[in-house]
Design a protein. Structure first.
Length: 332
């Protein structure tokens, strides 16, 4: 008698964030059988991205560039070229990357960074979908607990004040910000929505405080997973526990919407981090498992740590293995 076989469809996984943490997870996800959508912040205003954003009125390309590289199957030489950053002594090209300039050129040609990213996704054979969270560049605002405020992603952490909440506007100050096309539908159709890893106030929340995205994440039937940062950050999450991260997320969306939290429990060796390179990080995030459970979260705590190049990172393969255990257990 012939045995029946059943083919389980690829899970639809939406990853929301920005910064250096997002590509680590996406690279490992690309090696698994998943339908991936990356939703990337467009509130960055520093460095090469900030200069290009101001010069030609485009969404900042840096985080989008890193996600393109993470999900592309281009040869190593092509990736190195795409990510090549001109030296500081190179006059008007100083500190710009080839990838940022390509995105800028296509954005100007098509009058749309969204369209530029879709074209580059095809050119670079990207496995998945990449969408900016909004189709216009956004300005990040922070209100501090002392009643003062700051404007601009690169300015928020400078005075190391305690952040009460953040919000985004368009460059003209309009707070009626809209999600980019297909973003909300991707979240609604997902089996899992992953937040992070990344800077809480400047990489993750700039996406979620866009009302349409926040509402979609609150209402989705997908498992919502937060990958908690390993280290605290100057001017953002100083003295934070893992539960503090969740409380901030829940406060901003006014809902206990996080289902599962991934928490690293492996110790970072004392004196390991190179403070010259990773000067924004302070100490390890402390654990408050009772606080996490009070926020209604399931907690997965284990060794997610990868130490390399004098820095502290999530081990993408370990994280993705856990994500797949969750998504197949919860949704498939």
């Amino acid at each position: 008698m012939k045995m029946k076989t059943y083919r389980i469809r690829k899970p639809k996984i939406v990853v929301i964030g920005g910064g250096t943490g997002l590509p680590v997870i996406l690279k490992s996800l690309r090696n698994q059988s998943a339908e991936i959508t990356a939703v990337v912040t467009v509130a960055d205003d520093g460095g090469s991205s900030g200069e290009l954003r101001n010069s030609i009125d485009m969404a900042p390309p840096g985080d989008l560039r890193n996600v393109l590289a993470a999900l592309s199957d281009m040869p190593k030489l092509y990736e190195d070229l795409f990510q090549y950053r001109f030296q500081a002594s190179d006059n008007f090209l100083a500190n710009h990357t080839i990838g940022n300039l390509l995105i800028a050129a296509l954005s100007e040609m098509r009058n749309s960074t969204y369209e530029a990213i879709q074209l580059l996704s095809k050119m670079l054979h990207v496995d998945g979908h990449i969408y900016p969270s909004s189709e216009t560049p956004l300005v990040l605002h922070a209100e501090f607990t002392d009643g003062t405020s700051a404007v601009g992603e690169s300015k928020i952490a400078l005075d190391r004040k305690t952040i009460d909440y953040v919000y985004v506007t368009e460059k003209n100050g309009d707070r009626a910000v809209h999600a980019a096309r297909k973003v909300v539908a991707a979240i609604e159709e997902a089996d899992m929505v992953v937040l992070g890893p990344g800077s809480l106030f400047t990489s993750i929340l700039p996406n979620l405080v866009i009302e349409e995205i926040g509402e979609a994440v609150r209402k989705t039937a997908a498992e919502v997973v937060y990958i908690c940062n390993i280290m605290t950050q100057k001017g953002e999450t100083e003295h934070f526990s893992d539960a503090d991260h969740i409380q901030v997320l829940h406060k901003h969306l006014q809902s206990k919407f996080i289902d599962t939290v991934l928490v690293n429990t492996e110790h970072v060796p004392d004196g390991y981090m190179d403070p010259e390179v990773y000067d924004e990080y302070l100490v390890q995030v402390t654990h408050d498992f009772n606080g996490l459970r009070e926020e209604g979260c399931r907690v997965v705590s284990t060794d997610f740590l990868e130490l390399r190049d004098g820095g502290v990172f999530h081990d993408g393969d370990k994280v993705v293995d856990e994500l797949f255990r969750i998504v197949f257990g919860a949704k498939i």
